[in-house]
Each structure stands twice: as C-alpha cells, then as structure tokens.
Design a protein around this ligand. Structure first.
Ligand code: ZN
Ligand code: ZN
Length: 337
C-alpha cells in the first residue's frame, strides 16, 4: 500500500508511492561520459585565469599555486556595498539588497568532482567554509549564512569547474525561522533536542542508515520528498556549523566524500545540491537546534500535483535507497592529498 509520511520539522506530507515504486537503480541517470579535461582555457576558475574573477578573499596555497580559493561571486545575488536599512510602508516592506556572496573554487583541476577528491581535500574545503563562516558570523549586519553547492545543470549551475558558494543575508527566511520554532517547541515539550533523539532512534532502527562514522551519521530521511534525499548529522549536539572541531572536520570530509562517491557510482553521476543547515549567529549554542547537511540528488522534476498541493510523490522507498547506497562499494579513501 502507498504510505503518507510526515516530516517531523517541516510538517510536510509526502506520498511514498509503493505501487509505482522503482528499484533504486532505475532512477540512475545514464549520462554519456564526457572527456575529462584538467584545464579549460575559457574557464574563470582554472589556474592562469585568476584575473577573470573578482579579487581573491582567501587562498589555500599548494606549491607555487593554490589548492582552493575563495572569490566574491561576479554575479552576486546581493551586494556588500548596500546598507540593510528597512523601508516599511503599510503593506510594502523592503530593504536594500545587502549581502555577501562568496564562491569557493574547490580545486585547480577543471573536471575533478568532489566525489573523486581525496578525503583530506574535502576536509580542506569544509575548513574554508568554517573560516568564512566564523569571519562573517561576527558581522552585525548578517543574520544568516547559507553554504551550498550546485552540481550539474539540473542542480542550477552551468559551470563545470567544481565550486561551492556561501551567501550571507541580513534577514532569516520564514522557512528557516519556522524550523527553529518547531525545534524549540519540541524542546519545550519533551526536554530534548529533536535531532539528537532522531539520531538515536535511527541508529537503533538501522533501516535508513547509509553510513555511520565516529562523529557523523548519514541517513535517508523517513519522509523523503524525493529519491535519495540524504541528511548527514553530527553525533555531538551542536547548534551551529561554526562549533565543529578539527577532528570532526576531518571525519566529515571522509563521510561526505564517501556519500558523494556512492551517489556517483551507484546512480551514475547524478546532478545534486548540498546545503548546510545551521543556526544563525543569534542562536549560537542553543540546545534545541542541531546543524546538519542535506544532500539532494536532482533525479525528478516537480510537477502539477506538487505545485498544487505542496505534497511530494517519491517513487523510491527511503529504506530501499539506504540499502542500495550501503551496498555501493567505494574505496574508503582516494590518495592522501
Ligand atoms: Zn576550470
Ligand atoms: Zn542535538
């Protein structure tokens, strides 16, 4: 029988369509392989083309060159020059589009995907996120930070060269605010962090666990709105990504790289987004929120039912997706980089 499942935090309902359920491998993308070029002369992120990006904010050096660099987004959604003053006239509310929009160029190699990087290189990238996160959290104009990656055209990027982004905004969206309120309500009702409780319950049940390391747990979410919607939770309670320790960053690099490699090999290089969901600066240290990463392969499209009802139909059962990913063998580490 089909089943309706509700997300504990967003309260969204999803239809797990068992009647039209697909085997997990049926959603693989079967994309023809492209030639792997380590350099592309017209790419603004390739070494030698540094002048095509705005002036660098941060660089991770390697030899005479670099291993990763952070630059402002040339086509930034928001501007650091604006002043975030609000204008409120009855029903019309607006403010100047203040914000900071970084691009993290993750490697000098034009076609190296994060799934194929050494674990330690992924940890280096996470460390850059933390450096920028810590710096920008101190800016009183900034209310919220979003770190994300778009991989492939279906995930919203046309640039092939591996990169991720950080956007600092002067406001917190209602969607994000609501999640904090739900988490706070749970804390008030039950006296514990809903995420810590979820991690315990999922580890007991095991059915949706993809991989578990010393410090992190990756799992298919119970009310998964789309196939292979995966969360990575730190085992230790932390409200903010900025609280991550050096040991945890090393471990997360390994876990994230392994998960991306499982998607890469298991589903034949799907497009995906990942994002870090973390408490804003004003909520650092709260007991009721727990940061995490969402990794979302873009295997399906939103259609009329989703647009009209706000409910999603998922044709891959999350427990089957977890089992499938557990069985995709990837080497535990690539090189030592
Ligand atoms: Zn490039
Ligand atoms: Zn927690």
């Amino acid at each position: 029988m089909p089943e309706l499942r509700q997300n504990f935090m967003t309260k969204e309902w999803v239809v797990i369509a068992t009647e039209r359920a697909k085997r997990p491998d049926e959603v693989a993308v079967h994309r023809p392989a492209k030639p792997a070029l380590s350099y592309s002369p017209n790419c603004p992120f390739c070494p030698g083309n540094e002048s095509q990006t705005p002036p660098e904010i941060l660089r991770l050096p390697e030899g005479s060159g670099w291993k990763a660099r952070v630059v402002p987004n040339k086509f930034a959604a928001l501007s650091p020059q604006a002043n975030p003053d609000r204008t409120i006239r009855r029903s019309l509310r607006s403010m100047a589009g203040f914000g900071i929009h970084d691009v993290i160029v993750e490697t000098p190699n034009h076609s190296l995907a994060m799934a194929s990087m050494p674990d330690s290189h992924v940890s280096d990238i996470l460390r850059i996120y933390k450096t920028r996160y810590d710096e920008l959290s101190l800016d009183p104009r900034i209310a919220h930070l979003t770190i994300f990656k778009n991989y492939g055209a279906d995930a919203g990027t046309s640039l092939e060269h591996s990169h991720s982004q950080l956007v600092a905004t002067p406001v917190i969206s209602y969607q994000v605010r609501q999640r904090f309120q739900e988490a706070l309500r749970h804390y008030d009702d039950y006296g514990c962090c809903i995420f810590c409780q979820l991690i315990d319950e999922e580890l007991q049940e095991q059915k949706r666990i993809v991989l578990a390391s010393e410090h992190f747990v990756a799992l298919e979410i119970f009310a998964s709105p789309s196939p292979f919607f995966t969360h990575i939770y730190p085992r230790r309670h932390m409200a903010s990504f900025g609280d991550i320790s050096a040991k945890e960053i090393a471990d997360l690099g390994r876990v994230l790289r392994t998960l991306l490699a499982k998607l890469y090999y298991g589903l034949e290089n799907p497009d995906y987004n990942f994002t870090i969901r973390t408490a804003p600066a004003e909520l650092v240290g709260v007991r009721y929120f727990h940061w995490y990463m969402s990794v979302i392969p873009r295997l399906t499209r939103v259609a009329g039912f989703e647009l009209g009802s706000g409910m999603f139909i998922n044709t891959v059962i999350p427990e089957d997706a977890a089992e499938f990913l557990r069985n995709v063998r990837v080497e535990t580490t690539v090189g030592v980089g």
